[in-house]
Design a protein around this ligand. Structure first.
Ligand code: TXA
Ligand code: MG
Length: 339
């Protein structure tokens, strides 16, 4: 298959039109969103959804998020929608926020991988919204990476992983948030945070005061443990290089990595010039949003460093830092050193 590269920066209208036509005819297209690039397919087409699973090499039991471009579209996707879902929609949409709700009948069964629930998001990115409106389709879209690899925040990350495996890539701006959406389940007794993102627990608790943070957000699940979000159980984002997450202050981190050999450090910009091994900064330790924006690109760069081990300085778990920490601990296979 030849993957069309559609230039959404210089020829926006054409990119949106061609992408919509491909999606209407059952094809699969990578599109930018504010969180990460997504690999979109019609949420009504079982065949198109199956092509998404194949292109990504995604485990069959890991359901997809359906993207909509107005709150009205929610009724086509979910049923028995509780009032609190509309309150969340009003507070956090359009934006990096996904709700799990009871699944409506119109959506292809493969979207939910056999569950009776469906995850829905109304993104703020203009390009994906224009494609949804132009095609008239809700779009099921997982992140547009090969399963297990870091999520793509640029069109070139998508091409690196999926060139030749999908119909087209809409090449737009880099993702501004950089980590995938916050996922909250509203189907249990209490609302449950399944995946942290740029909408933080502090913000969520203003609408959902009894929010529970699922164990899988920060802990490794035991073999056979029941999981609320299937995506949580898979090894994710890992570089090929052995990666270790390091918790501690800047002085201790610098001292720790400087006495190691054949290794590299993923550090904060404040530490950069004190580190004597190979290093990449992923932003200031005081700015969790920048760390989020850079984290996946840095995880992709690790394997180009040619070292045996990489030590990643853990961010604070405040605000969007929790989302960055959640991705890094998975990238490190829950291998953590506390100094
Ligand atoms: O920001 C995002 O959410 C991006 C962009 C493209 O919108 N999408 C994304 O999709 O991250 P994906 O497939 O990489 O992650 C979806 C997550 C997985 O952890 C999956 O298990 C969970 O959402 N999920 C989807 N449907 C679910 C459901 N019905 N119940 C529980 N978890 C669900
Ligand atoms: Mg993903």
């Amino acid at each position: 298959m030849i993957t069309q590269k559609l230039d959404a920066i210089n020829d926006y209208a054409n990119a949106v039109n061609v992408a919509s036509e491909i999606l209407k005819s059952g094809g699969i297209v990578a599109v930018p969103t504010e969180t990460v690039y997504g690999l979109a397919a019609s949420a009504y087409s079982d065949d198109a959804i199956k092509s998404v699973f194949t292109a990504k090499g995604r485990p069959q039991d890991n359901p997809l998020i359906v993207h909509i471009a107005s709150i009205d579209m929610l009724n086509d996707i979910a049923c028995d929608i509780p009032d609190v879902a509309y309150e969340c929609a009003k507070a956090f949409w359009p934006g990096p926020f996904t709700m799990v709700l009871p699944k409506g009948d119109k959506i292809a069964d493969s979207v939910s991988a056999g569950l009776n629930t469906v995850a829905v998001r109304f993104p703020s990115d203009k390009t994906i919204c224009d494609i949804i409106l132009k095609s008239g389709l809700p779009l099921a879209a997982p992140s547009a990476n090969t399963s297990g690899r870091p999520s793509p925040t640029t069109a070139s990350h998508v091409i690196e992983d999926l060139d030749g495996k999908i119909d087209a890539v809409v090449c737009g701006n880099d993702s501004s948030v950089g980590v995938e959406s916050t996922v909250v389940s509203l189907v249990g007794e209490k609302p449950r945070l399944l995946r942290p993102g740029a909408v933080t627990p502090e913000q969520l608790r203003k609408i959902l005061p009894d929010l529970i943070i699922d164990d899988a957000v920060l802990k490794q699940l035991k073999e056979g443990e029941k999981v609320a979000s299937p995506g949580m159980k898979y090894k994710h984002y890992a570089p090929k290089t052995n990666a270790i997450l390091v918790e501690g202050c800047s002085n201790s981190f610098v001292r720790y990595v400087n006495q190691k050999t054949d290794c590299a450090a993923i550090c904060f910009e404040e530490e950069y010039y004190s580190i004597s091994v190979k290093k990449i900064s992923y932003g200031s330790k005081r700015n969790e949003s920048t760390l989020a924006k850079n984290v996946f690109a840095v995880l992709r760069d690790i394997d180009t460093l040619g070292v045996k081990e990489v030590y990643i300085h853990a961010p604070s778990k405040d605000g969007v830092g929790l989302a960055v920490y959640n991705r890094l601990i998975r990238a490190c296979g829950f291998n953590v050193v506390t100094l």
